[in-house]
Design a protein around this ligand. Structure first.
Ligand code: NAG
Ligand code: NAG
Ligand code: NAG
Ligand code: NAG
Ligand code: NAG
Ligand code: NAG
Ligand code: NAG
Ligand code: NAG
Length: 485
């Protein structure tokens, strides 16, 4: 009997090789189906992009003078494309002359009729939820409560501590807390967060802590409370811990009117504050503009610098919030002839000038509007995508060996040049370099950084790729985001 050795050898080699190939294929398949990275998880309101809207100036579903809630529902795809995860409506309540006196709220449940009905509101929040966007509502507690005190004698009684009691705890039989009532009403209609405005005026109220605790209990874990920085700074030390435990975001406005040294000081002092002292603290909610301040495009040296400023904002540790229109460099209305002098305090609430808007619309706030840059929104979207896949950027701090620390460092702030680095253990680091001045800047950063690749910016047409830190060159108002090697 003779064995056909060459054939056997050939066959076994083939069997061996195909086995090997099969195994390699299996491993490759397993690796490719594994979650690509195991990134730390966050809540919907942490690190994600929020967007603040003045509803009367956003979009009118009927081509009328006033924007409305249906209009916001119709523009939900724009918001989704921008990467927005939460829309904040900063004033929807009825007043005697809405929107001109939008702050003089008398009732926390009635919607201004020009915005639509409660059904429109529900429909809007459903439309937004379909796109994974939550609705947040501003509740102007202070001016509202001030108004109530005029109506209700009982409320101007001063308590033992000498401070005015606006909130009463525990509630007496049959007594309702108006704020509590409003929260329940809006939760029923799909609201997932509340910005409680003006609380700093009530910081001395003896029942404040107990009230805030009761409100948070109504909201639960997933719905949020936002307050502003001034409130946190005004609250008595004795109750600050209760406040911080029941608040989810603290709104802080980055002051871009300041020079780079001032901006560095602001970022550093916030990172050094209680908010970053341990895990589980409220996150910072970063704003650059808001309903009461001048528009970003008006305060920056050149209007085109809004993209650079927004890229800087999107590189800060916390939750960024864009004021509607700032993503496209929207300016205040100009009022050359003083026709709108009486509403000077509203000039920043420019109507959003949508492209391809066939309906010729005369806005409630009209005046000359400069060109806007919708193409900037695409760069911002790219930045939002980068943000959401990089723990170095979306996380706000790192907890290690008992120490909590913001994972951001201002590495350089000289002349008008600012450099912020973001990092996270075992992840790629990123820096944002900003020229906040009015002149072209060229800076040698080779002592600080080795090599990197441009991933976003500095402008809309710019080519991405290797960058030299020996001569980093930026036009006025430009920012560039670089992934470090
Ligand atoms: C809104 O306020 C105005 C003026 O106070 C009032 O006349 C009107 O009835 C209110 N509308 C609603 C829906 O509450
Ligand atoms: C607000 O208005 C609604 C309906 O118009 C009314 O039922 C409610 O009592 C009002 N709330 C306050 C505090 O006036
Ligand atoms: C809700 O909105 C959708 C799309 O915007 C619209 O088709 C629908 O008719 C609206 N429903 C109501 C009750 O307004
Ligand atoms: C509350 O203030 C009003 C007007 O200032 C006054 O008429 C009223 O007597 C005060 N009520 C109490 C309980 O002090
Ligand atoms: C004011 O409040 C105190 C304590 O809450 C109470 O004892 C007192 O009777 C009140 N005074 C008036 C005039 O309502
Ligand atoms: C600049 O920043 C410093 C420190 O944060 C602050 O004290 C100052 O008020 C700021 N200046 C302006 C113009 O905002
Ligand atoms: C935080 O404060 C300490 C002491 O005031 C200071 O040495 C440190 O540089 C600050 N850190 C940051 C990031 O500003
Ligand atoms: C903005 O405009 C100014 C003046 O027209 C120009 O010098 C600068 O390069 C522009 N910056 C950007 C970021 O496009």
């Amino acid at each position: 009997m003779s064995w056909n050795w060459p054939l056997i050898r050939k066959a076994s080699t083939w069997i061996f090789l195909s086995g090997l190939v099969a195994m390699v294929a299996l491993v490759v398949a397993m690796i490719s189906t594994l979650p690509r990275t195991c990134n730390p998880t966050i809540q919907w309101y942490q690190g994600n992009l929020l967007y603040e809207i003045f509803p009367s100036s956003f979009y009118s579903s009927k081509g009328m003078m006033h924007g409305d809630l249906k209009g916001i529902a119709l523009k939900s795809s724009y918001l989704q494309k921008l990467g927005v995860k939460g829309v904040r409506l900063n004033s929807i309540f009825n007043t005697s002359n809405y929107p001109l006196n939008f702050e003089e709220v008398t009732n926390l449940t009635d919607i201004a009729p020009s915005l639509g009905t409660i059904q429109d509101f529900k429909n809007m929040s459903d439309e937004l939820r379909k796109r994974d966007i939550s609705v947040i509502l501003d509740l102007p507690i202070y001016p509202y409560i001030k108004k109530l005190t005029r109506k209700n004698n009982d409320m101007n009684n001063t308590s033992g501590s000498g401070s005015i009691e606006f909130f009463r705890r525990p509630l007496r039989d049959g007594e309702i807390d108006n704020i509590e009532h409003a929260l329940k009403h809006w939760i029923k209609h799909g609201v997932e967060g509340f910005y409680l405005k003006g609380l700093e005026h009530l910081a001395d109220d003896p029942n404040l802590a107990e009230s805030l605790r009761a409100w948070k209990r109504i909201l639960g874990q997933d719905r949020i409370i936002i307050v502003n920085e001034h409130f946190i700074n005004t609250v008595p030390k004795s109750i600050i811990n209760i406040i911080l435990n029941n608040v989810d975001l603290v709104d802080i406005k980055l002051n871009l009117l300041n020079d780079t040294a001032g901006i560095m000081k602001q970022i550093n002092s916030i990172q050094n504050s209680t908010l970053f002292s341990k895990p589980g603290m409220p996150w910072v909610h970063w704003s650059l503009g808001n309903v009461n301040s001048q528009r970003l495009a008006n305060i920056l040296p050149h209007g085109n610098a809004t993209l650079g400023a927004t890229l800087l904002q999107l590189m800060l540790p916390g939750t960024p919030s864009i004021f509607y229109g700032d993503e496209i460099a929207l300016k205040e209305i100009t009022d050359e002839h003083g026709d709108y002098e009486d509403i000077k305090h509203l000039h920043q609430l420019t109507m959003m000038p949508w492209q391809h808007n066939k309906m010729k619309m005369l806005s409630w706030i009209h005046g000359k509007v400069d060109t806007v840059h919708f193409e900037q929104a695409e760069v911002i979207k790219k930045m939002v995508d980068l943000r959401m896949e990089s723990p170095s950027i979306y996380m706000n701090s790192v907890y290690k060996e008992g120490v909590n620390k913001a994972n951001a460092d201002v590495k350089y702030a000289k002349k008008k040049f600012l450099l912020v680095q973001r990092w996270y253990p075992r992840r790629k680091s990123y820096v944002v370099a900003c020229n906040l001045g009015e002149e072209h800047q060229s800076t040698d950063l080779s002592k600080l950084l080795y090599s990197g690749v441009i991933v976003v910016g500095p402008n809309i047409e710019s080519k991405l790729g290797e960058v030299s830190f020996e001569e980093l060159s930026l036009s006025p108002g430009e920012s560039v985001v670089i992934g470090l090697n």
